[in-house]
Unconditional design. Structure first.
Length: 379
């Protein structure tokens, strides 16, 4: 039997986002139609030729009919008796017409026969296109007059022909951006390798999800156990990190535990002495206060953002046994590396606060108590 962990899990292929994704308009049919029309009407003839040649090539492949536009012009929202045609491409030098019904999300409930009859030219000179994000059946009544072309087929043909080297930078960016947008929403309708992998191994993946939930429960329980050992309150709901602090006294120097690496399968955590708000504002005073303390280490780079600062950061690697007793491991290292520093800060800046409910929790180690007494006698 193949074990899931021995398989190569496919990676997600993230396409670059464009302007339409940024403004959340990539699924708006009228905007999509206007962009196609703009490229066809472009003052840079190379752009117009690129999109028209790509479209007429697809028409020939799917219908065996030849169209050649000498001077194409695209119009959007052309009003008919019973509706509006999304894009109409006419040729100023001939009677040729391409009718494009553009569909992205909506069901096809348009009167394609009405659209077809709106133009009275010879049937040999016109063709209808149902433009969709994925292959779509043409209604029986319109099988002889309309063909289906997908958005990605059109843009893929544009890519195959290639953006002309002499094109302006502006239109090179415009076309590349639009093609990427089409690729983005078209892939939403196709099964990628990750989705295929899931359906092939669904039962095993669901089992893994159960183990993930068990791991999350274990970490959360260890955080709560640690809070009890410290006599502080835990803050946060992520298994990647948690704050522990004296909430009642609003002491702005506290401990943060970073377990994000642990949740990614690496037996590594960080314990951080973090400064918040007013303690962050006086970090130079705190640095001076602790500068001669044997437990103090000065970080060369400190993460400081908004109202918090990671003042002292220590890294710890865990054995399997230490991981099984995570709360104890963290608590022992807080006592060893941080307790004296925290008590020194609190004694100096929060002398009016009653910390009797938890002070002994950070002084319960006999060797720690001796070190703290010796340090105070020297200072």
């Amino acid at each position: 039997m193949i074990h899931l962990l021995t398989l190569d899990i496919p990676e997600s292929k993230k396409l670059p986002i464009g302007f339409l994704e940024i403004i959340k308009k990539q699924y708006h049919e009228n905007i999509n139609s206007s962009i196609y029309a703009h490229f066809i009407n472009c003052e840079e003839k190379a752009v117009s030729e690129l999109f028209m040649d790509a479209l007429t090539d697809l028409i020939e492949e799917k219908s065996k009919r030849l169209f050649s536009f000498g001077d194409p012009f695209a119009t959007c929202e052309v009003v008919t008796k019973n509706g509006r045609i999304d894009i109409v491409i006419t040729d100023r030098l001939s009677e040729q017409v391409i009718l494009v019904e553009n569909k992205i999300f909506h069901h096809l409930n348009n009167d394609l026969t009405d659209y077809w009859n709106h133009f009275q030219c010879s049937e040999d000179h016109k063709i209808g296109i149902l433009l969709t994000p994925y292959p779509h059946k043409i209604p029986d009544a319109n099988q002889e007059t309309f063909i289906n072309i997908t958005h990605v087929e059109w843009t893929q043909k544009v890519k195959e022909k290639g953006i002309p080297f002499h094109l302006s930078n502006k239109y090179t960016i415009y076309i590349t951006d639009f093609v990427n947008t089409i690729d983005q929403f078209s892939t939403n309708y196709t099964m990628d390798e990750q989705a295929k992998f899931y359906f092939e191994h669904a039962q095993k993946i669901l089992k893994i999800q159960e183990t993930t939930a068990a791991a999350n429960t274990f970490i959360n329980n260890q955080f709560e156990l640690l809070a009890g050992k410290l006599g502080w309150v835990s803050h946060g709901n992520s298994t990647d990190w948690r704050n522990f602090w004296d909430e009642q006294n609003k002491i702005h120097s506290y401990i943060t535990i970073i377990t994000s690496d642990l949740m990614q399968g690496h037996k590594h955590i960080q314990i951080i002495l973090e400064l918040w708000d007013e303690d962050k504002a006086r970090y130079l005073e705190i640095e001076k206060l602790l500068s001669n303390h044997p437990k103090y280490i000065q970080n060369t780079t400190r993460e400081s953002k908004g109202r918090y600062m990671h003042f002292i950061v220590r890294d710890y690697h865990l054995s399997d046994q230490e991981l099984e007793n995570l709360a104890n491991f963290i608590y022992k290292n807080i006592l060893k590396d941080f307790a004296e520093l925290i008590l020194k800060i609190v004694d100096n800046f929060y002398s009016d606060k009653d910390i009797s409910s938890w002070k002994n929790n950070l002084s319960s180690n006999p060797s720690h108590t001796k070190l703290l007494t010796n340090y105070k006698s020297k200072n």
